[in-house]
Design a protein around this ligand. Structure first.
Ligand code: SAJ
Length: 404
């Protein structure tokens, strides 16, 4: 299989790293993206996403000729759909990018090819795409291999996890599962678990919904503890001393493109059966509004007590600790909401992992901490943990910096 040609449809946060790792393992890779800037940058060996260590690998595979970016798919032996699956206004999954990518490869598909969807998808998507392929190309029925294999990598640790994580691979038939396993075994050291396409699709949704539900439990505890006058961080630490309890961390909400999105793929298709999953989503969304309200109330109280408006430091904009990814960040949502409610008062926005932001003027974290009357910790970035506790400030610690 070493000389095979693989085509990755979508050079984003998952498609590009996977294409690079495949190319690094001797596969001849064509990367396709509809954005001409992404194509140009990739061919120039410039990484357009942020992922530690990946820039050097990209340069290496582009210079070695094993990865090339183009804007339209070319004839290959295997095709991978790695495009976004967002949700529509009513939280219904939007698979139009998967369908568009699929339709784009249909003309170049030939007998013996492998077609795989990696994008997080509602149950039944792989079968639906197979229908679309066969409707356009009845000559290929039973002659190509079609499978679903979800990505599971954690942003920030992608190079390691792409190779070492186990993967779940589900074909529309056994031959497809086997063919897809053969492909991934070229660069995956983790175990490749065979199943069918529907189970593999459901498995991805289950993993991220499970995490969302667990975070919602932690967030719910934080709300209860706030009312009960109990330190939630101490409480969770103590409860986790039980050998069969492992509670996650509360925060200012759940962000990113995965955990806060994928559960809706289940609630949209199985509304009656997914009450817990839907409630978890609602709790995690509510937590961000609750945090914003807490900040606004603290500002009003400060003004009443001190007869002047407070300076407020909003610490962290990224959607999780120690990354510079601000997409779908609850911290960003809270900062915007607070700014709107206080008519853009004296708010210092801090994000140590980003140099410049097009909306927020960023302040270095030590300076903001020093100047602020009210300090709001939104994202648990490591540098914040070395700041000293200050009794002279109002500190709203939503992410457990001080655990006080
Ligand atoms: N969060 C908490 N408390 C916690 C853990 C996380 O509030 O205890 C928050 C984070 O701050 C963040 C959000 O949840 O806002 C999501 O962060 P995350 O680290 O849980 O997950 P992602 O979105 O970076 O990556 C997840 C991973 N899935 C699981 O852990 C089950 C990753 O393996 C998937 O590949 C990825 O989603 C994806 O692409 O689906």
């Amino acid at each position: 299989m070493k000389s095979m040609k693989a085509c990755f449809m979508g050079l984003g946060y998952i498609g590009l790293p996977t294409a690079i790792i495949a190319a690094k393992h001797g596969i001849n890779v064509t990367g396709v993206d509809v954005n001409p800037d992404v194509v140009a940058k990739t061919n120039a060996g410039q990484l357009h996403i942020i992922e530690p260590g990946l820039g050097d690998l990209l340069k290496e595979v582009v210079a070695g000729g094993s990865l090339r970016a183009v804007s339209k798919p070319e004839v290959c032996d295997a095709y991978f759909m790695v495009v976004p699956t967002p949700f529509k206004g009513n939280h219904e999954p939007d698979t139009s990018f998967v369908e568009a990518a699929t339709r784009a490869v249909i003309p170049v598909l030939k007998e013996g090819d492998l077609y795989v969807i990696e994008s997080t998808s509602p149950v039944g998507t792989t079968e639906a795409m197979a229908e679309i392929i066969y409707a356009e190309r009845p000559d290929l029925k039973g002659k190509i291999y079609i499978a679903y294999c979800p990505e599971r990598v954690l942003p920030g640790n992608v190079i390691y996890e792409l190779v070492h994580n186990d993967r779940v691979i589900g074909g529309i038939d056994e031959a497809s599962t086997k063919k897809a396993i053969e492909f991934y075994s070229q660069f995956v050291k983790g175990t490749l678990h065979p199943t069918n396409a529907r189970t593999a699709e459901m498995c991805k949704l289950t993993e991220n919904s499970s995490r969302d539900v667990q975070i919602a439990f932690a967030n719910e505890l934080s709300l209860i503890c706030d009312r009960a006058g109990i330190n939630v961080w101490e409480l969770i630490e103590l409860a986790n001393k039980h050998p069969r309890v492992n509670i996650l961390r509360p925060g200012c909400g759940v962000g990113g493109h995965c955990i806060a999105v994928d559960p809706y793929f289940l609630t949209a298709d199985f509304p009656k059966e997914s009450k817990l999953i839907a409630t978890a989503r609602a709790i995690n969304n509510y937590k961000a509004d609750w945090c914003a309200e807490k900040v606004v109330n603290a500002m009003l109280r400060f003004e009443l007590d001190n007869h002047r408006k407070p300076t407020v430091a909003m610490m962290g904009v990224a959607f999780k600790p120690d990354i510079d990814d601000l997409r779908e960040s609850p911290a960003k949502y809270i900062i915007t909401k607070v700014m709107q409610s206080c008519n853009n008062g004296d708010i210092l926005v801090v994000e140590p992992n980003v140099e410049k932001h097009n909306v927020f003027k960023l302040t270095p974290y030590e300076e903001a901490y020093e100047k602020a009357d009210i300090v709001v910790f939104l994202t648990a970035h490591t540098p914040f943990k070395s700041l000293p506790w200050r009794d002279d400030k109002v500190i709203l610690d939503f992410c457990g910096i001080f655990k006080k």
